[in-house]
Design a protein around this ligand. Structure first.
Ligand code: MOS
Length: 734
């Protein structure tokens, strides 16, 4: 391989750091108008009056949209009987605090914002329910996601077991806080809509808007060239794109609308409020005999949100008796949405902390306990893994970390006055692949143009797709132009689930195979060609020639070949699909995550001073951006473990900390030594490129590893995230 597996800088790096990269709210259009949202101040009830007369008279105002004057759009949209999608400005009903109830459109942003403050609203209020924990008893399974039947006989195995842990674990609502706020710029021309949106899925936005405005999907062009972080918050269509498009249609001017930071706390979903109860049992040797896992998360009154909560308890460790139960509680909050490593990170927090607790009872090293229960085949299905280098990850990361020097006694390790703790956890994520298409155009001048509608929310998709195309077309990456984020390009799935490289990369790979075949067919038209009898698999493209793999001197110059036939370029649009072969295997990505914390016993502050993480996620396309992904996951884990939590005043169903001053995320000073290692797997089953998901993987075990390290440092087990100083001090840290 010439480019795959070699470090490459981001092809869009210079555009990003020089400001040339244009984000959704940065496209300059002449005669642009600005929208500003007014949000509901109650969580539940009805608008009894909304007076916009003063706002309408304010300087620069073009129009104020409310449920009273908005045309009835939004036809029945897809979703089961349980899913009644929230449609903004369609009725006076209030279903969450912070719900949009008006859009002011004016000549400038300031005028629109000022006008919105002049809108007078009265409500009839009902008492909201937003506290999951007071409503656990009302939790229900939904039709959308029933727990699989129990495995084995849990009750019989659990009761007599000599070692048990039964505990509850809490994770609060958490909000994605990407640096780029959500927003869009839209304009209409000749009945066709163009919208620059912050999205992870341009085709979904396109189809949604086409349905909304009753036009054909081809008349909607969604463009998302750059995304300043999304993490799931733009995985589904948020409520603002149809509002921006509607406003642009009605005022007959381009309109831009961007959330303020505060508005981002109710403008898209969030990681659900999560209560979990885990009961695990083991025999004297540390072998797990029973796992019971119940998870309850909140949803909204109008949609059932679910995440795959079954997988972790059923598949991470070998265990004959397993029961899982997953339930929803209805709350007067917006609907949650996927947030980086949805379900997996939450489940692993509970399971990996419980396992750590068990290790102290058993007096078995926590790493050793994981090895004792290592699953060689999928415990749920019995299928072999297509590849699973987790054992190598454990040993490599443990060695690098110096795990063998760990004193097992809590509160036994010190650095001066600071308490030192070491913790471990396992990470898992899927190796998903979704149908995806890409178009490759190979030109007679030895360059190529590659397009797919996927987005790049930060992992380095521009770069990785360039590498894949360069490798297989045999061209220098500088000769490849890869473009994404436009609904005019071939259809690709949402960028989510860490499946983009597997999906879109496989489509590019497939298109290149077809181009090679087309070129070989052309070459074969000349009976004297050195490739006259070659098969497509016998030849490769390299530096502008097609050559025999077995004899590098047998070549055909591609520019000459195309010129000879008067052809400017050859192209192929390819849709790749997951291979049915995958069904025969258990497929996933794994990692081992070791963490050191230092805790100040006087202040209760926790610093994550070291993270060593080894990941097995197939073939690494670009080590540079891949390490960035894993480092980002670890930093996210620091935030989740120690800082992040959306506070809700349950009397009013209102978020109390909707700013970055009050909602804390890690900053540079919180990121110390973070070392990420890859154990590459040669996996021919997952997809032709042998790649697995990695972005979410890097986060999955980290919050548990940190909580386990905090216990080792302090002897205090905090089961409610985030682990803030007050929780440690209250429990007698000093
Ligand atoms: Mo992600 S949470 O798969 O956008």
């Amino acid at each position: 391989m010439r480019y795959i597996g070699k470090e490459m800088r981001r092809v869009d790096g210079i555009a990003k750091v020089t400001g040339r990269a244009k984000y959704a709210a940065e496209f300059e259009l002449s005669n642009l108008a600005y929208g500003y949202l007014t949000l509901s101040e109650i969580a539940k009830g009805t608008i009894t009056s909304i007076d916009t007369s003063e706002a309408e008279r304010a300087p620069g105002v073009l129009q104020i949209f409310t449920h009273l004057n908005v045309p009835k759009l939004f036809p029945a949209l897809p979703g089961g009987p349980d899913n009644k999608e929230f449609r903004p400005l369609m009725s006076p009903k209030i279903v969450f605090n912070g719900q949009p109830i008006a859009v002011a459109v004016a000549n400038t942003f300031e005028q629109a914002r000022y006008a919105s403050q002049l809108i007078k609203v009265t409500y009839s209020q009902e008492k909201p329910v937003t506290d999951l924990r007071t409503a656990i008893d009302s939790a229900k399974e939904t039709n959308a996601q029933k727990s699989p039947p129990p495995r084995g006989r849990l009750a019989i195995a659990y009761a007599p077991a000599p070692f048990k842990v039964e505990q509850e674990y809490n994770i609060p609502v958490e909000h994605h806080n990407p640096i780029e706020p959500h927003g869009a710029t839209a304009f209409w021309k000749d009945g066709k809509l163009t919208i620059f949106d912050k999205s992870q899925n341009v085709y979904q936005v396109r189809d949604y808007l086409a349905q909304t405005f009753k036009i054909v999907p081809e008349d909607v062009n969604v463009i998302t060239l750059f995304v300043g972080g999304a993490f799931g918050s733009s995985l589904t269509v948020n409520y603002y794109p149809p509002l921006v498009a509607l406003a642009a249609r009605e005022v007959k001017r381009p309109v831009r609308l961007v959330y303020t930071r505060r508005q981002m706390f109710t403008g898209h979903g969030y990681r659900p409020d999560t209560w979990q109860k885990v009961a695990i049992a083991a025999d004297e040797d540390g072998k797990l005999t029973a796992i019971s896992h119940r998870a309850v998360i909140n949803t909204s009154t109008f949609e059932n949100y679910f995440e795959d909560y079954f997988k972790v308890a059923r598949t991470v460790y070998k265990c004959p008796n397993v029961e899982t139960l997953y339930q929803n509680v209805v709350t007067d909050l917006p609907t949650p949405v996927a947030m980086r490593a949805p379900a997996a990170v939450s489940n692993m927090f509970a399971l990996e902390c419980a396992l750590d607790e068990l290790s102290y009872q058993l007096k078995i090293d926590p790493l050793e306990l994981r090895l004792i229960n290592y699953a060689e085949t999928d415990p749920e299905t019995g299928k072999p893994f297509s590849s699973k280098a987790l054992r190598e990850c454990y040993s490599l990361a443990a060695e690098k970390f110096g795990w063998r020097n760990r004193n097992p006694e809590p509160r036994s390790m010190r650095d001066g006055d600071l308490l030192v703790g070491w913790g471990v956890a396992t990470g898992i994520w899927g190796a998903f692949q979704r149908p995806a298409s890409a178009k490759v155009v190979y030109k007679s001048d030895g360059t190529a143009h590659v397009t797919s509608s996927t987005t790049d929310i930060g992992p380095g998709t521009y770069t990785v797709m360039t590498i894949i195309a360069a490798e297989h077309l045999g061209l220098d990456p500088a000769k490849i132009k890869f473009e994404l984020g436009n609904s005019l390009y071939p259809k690709a799935p949402a960028q989510g689930g860490s499946w983009t490289t597997a999906s879109v990369g496989s489509a590019i790979y497939g298109a290149v195979q077809n181009i090679r075949k087309q070129l070989l067919d052309l070459a074969k038209k000349d009976a004297s060609s050195p490739l006259a009898t070659a098969d497509v698999d016998d030849v490769e493209m390299i530096d502008g020639v097609l050559r025999l793999k077995s004899d590098a001197s047998e070549t055909v110059d591609l520019s000459e070949l195309l010129r000879k036939f008067g052809i400017e370029e050859v192209e192929d649009t390819y849709q790749s699909n997951p291979s049915p072969e995958r069904e025969k295997y258990a497929i996933g990505a794994h990692s081992a995550q070791f963490v050191e914390v230092k805790v100040d016993p006087q202040l209760g502050t926790v610093h994550v001073t070291r993270v060593i993480e080894a990941s097995a996620c197939g073939k690494i396309m670009n080590p540079k951006t891949s390490h960035s992904q894993e480092i980002g996951g670890a930093i996210w884990g620091i935030g989740m473990a120690l800082m992040e939590g959306t506070e809700i005043d349950h009397r009013y169903g209102r978020i109390l900390n909707p700013t970055l001053a009050d909602y804390h995320v890690p900053v540079h000073a919180d990121a110390h030594q973070i070392e990420t290692i890859f154990v590459e797997e040669d996996d021919k089953i997952v997809n032709p490129l042998g790649v697995k998901g990695m972005g979410e993987l890097g986060l999955v075990g980290i919050p548990a590893a940190i909580a386990n390290a905090v216990f080792h440092a302090t002897g205090i087990r905090v089961r409610d995230l985030p682990i803030t100083p007050d929780k440690l001090l209250k429990r007698g840290l000093a």
